[in-house]
Design a protein around this ligand. Sequence first.
Ligand SMILES: Cc1cc2nc3c(=O)[nH]c(=O)nc-3n(C[C@H](O)[C@H](O)[C@H](O)COP(=O)(O)OP(=O)(O)OC[C@H]3O[C@@H](n4cnc5c(N)ncnc54)[C@H](O)[C@@H]3O)c2cc1C
Length: 468
Amino acid sequence: MTTSANTNTAALRSASIDDPIIDSTVVSIPSLATEQRRAERQIVVAGGGAGGLELAVKLGRKFRRDRQTEVLLVDKNPTHIWKPLLHEVATGSMNSYHDEASYRLLAKKHGFRFMLGRITNIDPLRRSLTLASVDDGDGREVMPGRKLDYDYLAVSVGSQSNDYGIDGVATHSMQLDSREQAEVFHKEFTRQLHRVNAELDRDAVLSVVIIGGGATGVELAADMHNVVQRLREYGFEHLSSNRLVVSIIEAAPGLLPRLPDRIGYSVQRELARIGVDVRILTRVARVTDDAVHTSEGVAIPADISVWAAGVKAPSWLSDCGFPTDRLGRIEVNKDLSVKGMPEVFALGDCCSCYNEDGTEVPPRAQAAHQMASIAARNIRATITDKTTKDFVYRDFGSLVSLSKFSTIGNLMGNLVRGTVFVEGFIARMVYVSLYRLHQRSIHGSLSTLLIMLGDRIYKATRADVKLH
Ligand SMILES: Cc1cc2nc3c(=O)[nH]c(=O)nc-3n(C[C@H](O)[C@H](O)[C@H](O)COP(=O)(O)OP(=O)(O)OC[C@H]3O[C@@H](n4cnc5c(N)ncnc54)[C@H](O)[C@@H]3O)c2cc1C
């Protein structure tokens, strides 16, 4: 039991899902000023993540010479971080300040306009969005709340953790839905590592309980062990893998329940080798400040608990008047237009989209990336009264990175009969290339090559773990 040193605060654990880098709060002014249009036709992309940013880049390039059309990207943060890297931001194996991409720079480069602000509402009848005021983090207003008109809209605001209303999760568990949450985790993880390293009692450990054995949970578990092993080189001489106790709790009969069984077994075997305690067929009943309690009444000590068990759409989306499913995701037609609203499209984690065989398109970066291409094409087709194209999800496979220990997954997904199982070096190379492909989509080929070169120089001159 390690509760003596447990000084986690509820505030740290419950950093709001919608916390922006520049804090923004809704102001109660009677009528908000409407942003001036700069062109006759305004296409707004709401949310610049894996899907939305790629879409804004494609539309910006397409319409940059069209004086009648403006493409406007709105995001609550001034910079973009690719969400699949958030677990690395959380452990410190990635420095978010190095890997972030400035929306304003990309807007200048690709011919779209960027607007900073947290969307609090979308009114499809009036064709407008409401943005909260933006402050500088110290309470000084930088921009007032605003309204923004659109003629065509793409909603790509991603997802947030779904805690299914389980007692104590919102107050005591951390989440990794946004960069801010990943940074809050990193701060607490680093603080706890300092605590264990300085502890005179050599049996003292840091207990982390991850609820959810999906990709986020297993990748986070492996990367925490990677960081602890590396920290010895940076003066944390009392740290070792056996002073970090990571447990993963999964209700399903195996890890990675959405992926083929073979991947789940291999990942579980590898995690056992690293020293991660995996508890399958285990349900969480409640979470308290120092423990995660299972439905069998077992209390698993937790200096830090992380909720990574499923996602849903941001809660405000269901109040906007869009047709939504039980997870609050916007229901779309096959061409990604919103049901009953041909001028509105939805893509990525916030949309509810189904394959021909009735299976759900999974909430993955791969799907958001593919949707961005079809949405860009179909928005142009709608503007020019041409026929839109149906979205067909092509599953190229799934890869799970267990940090320096291994990478495991399958390639080809639903493209061939029987998927190709991969592990080790080849899997690692393909995994890394997915991020490089995203960078190529938003920066272009030459800039991505320069970024890769810059990364090499950066790595050679900096600590490979963020220590503060
Ligand atoms: C730790 C982790 C690891 C993952 N690993 C993988 C992986 O290995 N492979 C994979 O395919 N997928 C992975 N995923 C899932 C993947 O990240 C998502 O499926 C993907 O990012 C969805 O893209 P999106 O564009 O729908 O949303 P996001 O990429 O989440 O982008 C949403 C954007 O909307 C903005 N936004 C949100 N709300 C507002 C608002 N109110 N106002 C203004 N802006 C707003 C956000 O700032 C963000 O920029 C992982 C997810 C996590 C959390």
